[in-house]
Design a binder for this molecule. Structure first.
Ligand SMILES: Cc1ncc(COP(=O)(O)O)c(C=O)c1O
Length: 399
């Protein structure tokens, strides 16, 4: 019998090698108590959270929590069914209305996760004889959506407009074309040149889908994302998003102005063949989304935090993923996995949690310490964070 697990041997050895050095497992942290969007108790110690996607700090918003509790009392703990059968409650409609208002778009379709939104929308609209032209650094859920639909996949170099144009021109005349982009790329925290990319996509007859998972709520005047910030909302055919980041709960969605969009509710398998989100989740999401429409002050503070952390880390001598802060994600580039893991552990001992990221999630084989800021981090907390980076960096020889 062939052991089906033998394909994991290399990864098992890598993990065992890392843990045998005595380092804490960076992929097994348990939060014993979560006190606020920015502080948790980990290993019995107060820890500042700088590795969540809670960009707008909505998880402890009193109105959001109250809406969730009310829905739990009034509608129970779950729907136990698909959206197309018994799984659509008034709350599901209400959150789709909130999304339509937030994005000023005609249609919104809510999925159980953002992963499923990409899986479902991409695999349903781009099938066997269609072409998907996508940035090579796209999220796993985008690649999985492509694979599920059996479309021809044509990757192009990260954020390279010329490469995109070249690939588009090679697609056979008359074939269906979908260009898939992300507003913010979550590993390095860099943004896409959407404006230029959309111009070449449209000139070559492609539809455009933009995943704004890491920009919703924060980037753009109304928090609609990078497409809004670059003035191209009207040229994007589909926006994909998630409730698991700025919205502060779980779920995913697609918004669009396409006149035939609603048919997707009947043909999109990851929408049809799974249970819908619990009533408490859609109630918290709807309340959060409506509050995010009116959060200009929070957005301004989050930009301040991002700029302060970026400048401070650079001043300390760390190598960063972007020359300027472009989003709420600041990536610190580590020379290798061992140093990255040692630095991650040293920061945890200082009382700071960040994400250790490694291939295949990261581009170009990089090991990263990813820092994600929150609008609820105070300026003092950002200074405290910089002090922790200074201490851990010196202790591990990173700076
Ligand atoms: C770009 C992007 N798209 C989609 C997702 C999936 O979101 P969810 O957590 O809702 O499944 C993520 C999650 O990290 C992401 O980074």
């Amino acid at each position: 019998m062939t052991d089906l697990f033998s394909k994991f041997d290399e990864l098992i050895a890598l993990r065992e090698g890392l843990l045998s050095s005595g380092v804490t497992d960076p992929f097994n942290l348990v939060m014993e108590k979560v006190e606020s969007p920015t502080v948790a108790i980990c290993n019995g110690r107060r820890t500042i959270l700088l590795g969540t996607y809670n960009y707008m700090g909505m998880t402890f918003d009193p109105d959001v929590i109250a809406a969730g509790k009310k829905a739990l009392d009034e509608f129970g703990s779950g729907t136990t069914g698909s959206r197309v059968l018994n799984g659509t409650y008034v709350g599901h409609r209400a959150v789709e209305d909130a999304l339509k208002d937030f994005y000023a778009m005609d249609h919104a379709m809510v999925f159980s996760t953002g992963y499923q939104a990409n899986l479902g929308i991409i695999s349903t609209i781009a099938g066997k004889d269609d072409y998907i032209i996508l940035d090579i650094d796209s999220h796993a859920s985008i690649y999985d959506g492509c694979a599920m639909g059996n479309a021809q996949i044509v990757p192009f170099r990260h954020n390279d407009v010329e490469a995109l144009e070249k690939r588009l021109k090679r697609v056979p005349q008359g074939a269906g074309k979908l260009v898939v982009l992300e507003g913010v790329y979550s590993m390095l925290g860099d943004i896409a040149p959407l404006k230029e990319m959309i111009v070449v996509s449209k000139a070559n007859g492609a539809m455009v889908l933009v995943d704004e998972a890491h920009s919703m709520g924060f980037i753009g005047e109304n928090g609609r994302g990078v497409a809004e910030a670059q003035g191209v909302m009207d040229d994007v055919d589909f926006i994909i998003g998630t409730f698991s980041k700025s919205v502060g709960t779980v779920g995913g969605f697609c918004v669009s102005n396409h006149p035939k969009f609603e048919i997707l509710r009947l043909v999109c398998r990851p929408y049809v063949f799974t249970a819908s989100l619990p009533p408490s989740v859609v109630a918290t999401a709807a309340t959060s989304i409506r509050k995010l429409m009116d959060s200009a002050d929070k957005r301004a503070h989050l930009w301040e935090n991002s700029k302060r952390l970026h400048a401070g880390l650079r001043q300390l001598g760390f190598k960063l993923g972007t020359d300027e802060p472009q989003s709420a994600i600041i990536a610190v580039i580590m020379p290798d996995l061992e140093t990255g893991a040692a630095m991650w552990e040293a920061l945890l001992k200082e009382g700071l949690y960040v994400n250790l990221a490694r291939p295949p999630a990261t581009p170009a084989g990089m090991t990263l310490l990813r820092c994600s800021l929150c609008a609820e981090h105070s300026s003092d907390q950002v200074e405290e964070i910089l002090g922790m980076f200074a201490a851990a960096g010196r202790a591990t020889g990173c700076i």
